[in-house]
Design a protein around this ligand. Sequence first.
Ligand code: NAD
Ligand code: UDP
Length: 356
Amino acid sequence: MHAIEVKIRRPRGRTVVRKTIAVTGGAGFLGSHLCEHLLALGHHVVCIDNFDTGRHANIVHLFGAGEFDLVEHDMVLPLPAQLPRFEQIYNLACPASPRHYQRDPVHTLQTCAMGAMHVMQRAGHDGARVLHASTSEVYGDPDVHPQSEAYFGNVNPVGPRSCYDEGKRFAETLCTDFARQAEVPLRIARIFNTYGPRMRADDGRVVSNFILQALKGEDITLYGDGSQTRSFCYVDDLIDGLVRLMNSDANFSGPVNLGNPAQITVLQLAELVIERTGSHSPIVRGPLPVDAPRRRQPDIAKARAHLGWSASTDLAEGLDRTIDYFATQLACPVPQVDTSFMLERAAPSEDAALQG
Ligand code: NAD
Ligand code: UDP
């Protein structure tokens, strides 16, 4: 089955060639923003998700916003054969917060490894271009600072974070080798800590934890002495970077860091959240998680040079938008949206049936 190319004239006179694009993990935090962005550009978007950490509430507004299809499917299994031919596949399916990826570490590894394999196989079959979502966690607890793409990392292969870090490293290798062998066009984004509306309240990440604690007047849980650093990127900037990377010329290869190089300590983040929310929450100390990276800051020279990309939202502005989102959620919790009436429940493919 071949997608028909339809030219769509978008507002402000921009013409885009309509593509059929798959977004695995499209019901999650980043994936739902990406689906929204691609639909606004006039593309046909197929969201593929098993709703492990994704939510129907993140995407329910996308039905009717354009040509949007939802397929419930676990990427550990081969993609169903009856899907349309894709021209691009964004592979985002994987739980991203330590709390969630450590809940079932073997399944996280399977998602990283087999999910990447199934995306690449499908791309080879369809002639699609792939953008694989990797992570700054491939650098582990880095000895080199800031981290450029040339740094090979410092990762514990058998710690509690390893299912994610090593899974993502394996996926980079698999995608790269598959791309070389089968000539599948590939982009790899190494995404640094990203925050914004639609983060899950229960995912334990620092931005959502601190904002919710501040808004509820609860203790702000600072792990360690707060001197560890992170560099936080607002979601809209990151999505812009992903789309630019996917559509970039093939005149460069290898992974590309996407993140905001503005680095702060976690203690400074706690103080900033208290200031922006006007909260009186006290900061209380807790133990630092095992193998937690001490510092993290992207070197984005490659993204600047090849994509003309850098993040433009400063932390205070992005936090204000995220605080507004969580304040609204607290006042009016996300409804349990049932989109099953719109769901293409993926029938297992023949391969999956054979495996099963
Ligand atoms: P998220 O947990 O909100 O979204 C992940 C999505 O993938 C969810 O909708 C989940 O249901 C789906 N999923 C998980 N396992 C699946 C499987 N086996 N089959 C099908 N769907 C599955 O996380 P996010 O923050 O949106 O992250 C998206 C991607 O970006 C992930 O690959 C993550 O590793 C990467 N990333 C995110 C960040 C960040 O700061 N948010 C940083 C680095 C990398
Ligand atoms: N952190 C914290 N309090 C929290 C949650 C996280 O101090 O309630 C710290 C955590 O130990 C780490 C940093 O904030 O040093 C970022 O944690 P997160 O889980 O958001 O991302 P990651 O460690 O994967 O970069």
